[in-house]
Design a protein around this ligand. Sequence first.
Ligand SMILES: O=C(O)c1ccccc1N[C@@H]1O[C@H](COP(=O)(O)O)[C@@H](O)[C@H]1O
Length: 225
Amino acid sequence: MITQIYSIQTAKEAIDCIHAGADRIGLLVGPKDGPFPCAISEETALEIFYAIGDKAVKVLISVQDNEEDIIAQTKKLQPDVLHLCANFEGNPEFRKRLYECLPQVKLMEAVGVTGEESINDAIKKSEYADLLILDSVSTTVPGVGAAGVTHDWSIDREIVNRVPIPVILAGGLGPDNVEEAIRAVNPFGVDSLTKTSVKENGKLLHKDIELVRQFCERAKHVAQN
Ligand SMILES: O=C(O)c1ccccc1N[C@@H]1O[C@H](COP(=O)(O)O)[C@@H](O)[C@H]1O
């Protein structure tokens, strides 16, 4: 069971999460006081990815709204996985272009799980993406994800059964519910942001490394049993 931890803001936090069991480290590059809770600059992202090296899989959310800027940023930051969930949705032509420029980068498409209609959305995206991430839709954060709440896992289970590519489950996952989520959905991996972070006055501050450890341990343990 793969464990993916978002949204990392410093190199130390990334390394601490890896030591706590995270296989994939995710971050979001965007404007500092914009709508995304843990956005960091490109310079900080470069520092973090450099520190990670090959100790974990490096995942980047790009919040650019056009192909040119997304490709330019991906070339600059060299993640292992490009996660599309915000201002731009991929398509087969974009996948081809990404492969031509950066053949080593995998494309992970987010599917906002809102109802039965999400199954067809997932099937369509699975025709060109390398991975899917099934996530909840927030009322305050643009795009798909960072909602801090779960959604209907029976839809995720149906998607896992019907698409031919690996699926990561996200949306309101933490140490308290990751085992139940894995049993319900049987995903390739699980992902956490809000419930493994320290929150103060409604603002996400940084990762809680003990909660990251519990999340990763429980996810891996339930998958082995
Ligand atoms: O990481 C972010 O800041 C982010 C912003 C906008 C959309 C998605 C984002 N992150 C992804 O959302 C999941 C789930 O978050 P949560 O656990 O429900 O709070 C997060 O892990 C990223 O994959």
